[in-house]
Design a protein around this ligand. Structure first.
Ligand code: NDP
Length: 334
């Protein structure tokens, strides 16, 4: 079993007299900045001059450009998008870094693939929430916290573990539990989850149900538009994936446990598909393709996105979500 750290394992006094820079005031950064401030940590915010910057000022933080904020701090939380992190680190943060300071990443990606290499006289740790930013804040306020994968990647000061656990406690993750991990493990699990094929499995189910005579509304309500999935996700978490089947009807339980089980050949084929995905993550093929895609201006992504947005499902979905009063994306809902 992986080691799990809980609230008693963190001692916030390791952050005494330290200034923590939240560099990137976005999904994660906003939640981290508020949680750390509420734990009496001295926080400064660094961000590009945009709406997020204005929000940081409105929220009462000492906000400045990224390099300026980093220069004021002892601990640098790299909470900007992974794609821009190496450049920003190299151009704005590295020049003001001092020996013995600490860098914190919330994702292992750039470390795993060598896009971010830190000086040897600086600590490098990972605190990677298994939670979106709103959940990081909500868990802190509720006192229940949120789970994370954590790792000391480079311990230059000899105190990296204690300072990392102090940060974990202050941001609220030790309330739920932080699991000892590594940048490589976090990257593998995170990318595999994203490459698994979830959205396409939902769309495939929709297409086949409509092909079989179901209305688009019935198909979408069955698979995602009813919100039943939220309740299912909750019982997966609270009961376990097979124990939660007892909460379903007998017909449903039997169908999910027996009928949906793949034959040995189908199972082997599916495992071969998934192992190919893992191999592309582990050998760096995915990271290389994604970097090339960014350099080229996202040609493949733009084409696939246009194809997906032109699918008949999109218009049907918008109609249904509007009728149900659920649509929240840009320009809709509240
Ligand atoms: P965001 O996409 O929310 O961006 C963070 C901030 O960086 C925003 O203020 C954003 O500005 C700013 N920013 C965007 N582009 C640039 C740029 N070119 N130069 C400088 N700043 C820029 O990031 P997240 O919070 O989603 O992710 C931060 C880190 O946390 C990443 O390492 C990510 O992998 C990790 N993480 C994220 C999770 C999540 O749920 N989002 C979960 C767990 C880990 P603007 O708001 O204007 O775009």
């Amino acid at each position: 079993m992986a080691k799990m750290y809980v609230d008693n394992d963190g001692d916030i006094s390791f952050l005494r007299d330290k200034v923590v820079a939240v560099l990137g005031y976005g999904n994660q950064g906003q939640a981290w900045a508020h949680n750390l401030r509420d734990s009496n940590v001295d926080v400064v915010v660094g961000n590009i001059r945009d709406a997020s910057f204005d929000q940081a000022v409105k929220d009462g933080f000492d906000a400045s450009d990224i390099g300026e904020a980093a220069a004021k701090a002892d601990i640098q939380l790299l909470l900007m998008p992974d794609e821009v992190m190496p450049r920003i680190f190299h151009e704005e943060i590295e020049p003001v870094l001092k020996s013995g300071q600490m860098l914190v990443v919330a994702s292992g990606y750039n470390v795993t693939y060598g896009f971010l290499t830190s000086p040897t006289n600086v600590d490098l740790v990972m605190i990677a929430p298994r939670m979106i930013g709103t959940g990081v804040r909500r868990g802190y306020l509720a006192g229940s916290g949120f789970p994370s994968l954590i790792a000391v990647h480079h311990n230059a000061s000899g105190r990296a573990q204690q300072v990392m656990l102090a940060l974990c406690k202050a941001v609220g993750t030790l309330k739920q539990g932080a699991v000892e991990s590594s940048c490589d493990e976090e990257t593998l699990c995170d990318l595999f989850n994203e490459h698994f094929g979830y959205v396409y499995s939902l769309r495939r189910a929709y297409e086949l149900l409509v092909e079989a005579g179901a209305s688009p509304e019935a198909a979408m309500l069955e698979f995602w538009a009813s919100g039943e999935e939220m309740e299912l996700a909750r019982v997966h978490m609270t009961h376990g994936i097979f124990h939660q089947l007892k909460l379903h009807s007998q017909t449903s339980h039997y169908g999910q446990e027996v009928t949906s089980r793949l034959s040995d050949e189908e199972e082997e084929a599916e495992r071969r598909r998934l192992r190919r995905i893992i191999a592309r993550i582990k050998d760096g093929t995915f990271a290389r393709d994604w970097s090339l895609e960014q350099l080229a201006g996202y040609p493949v992504w733009k084409r696939v996105q246009a194809e997906n947005m032109a699918h008949p499902l999109i218009a049907e979905e918008e109609r249904l979500l509007k009728k149900l009063g659920l649509l929240e994306r840009d320009g809709h809902g509240d």
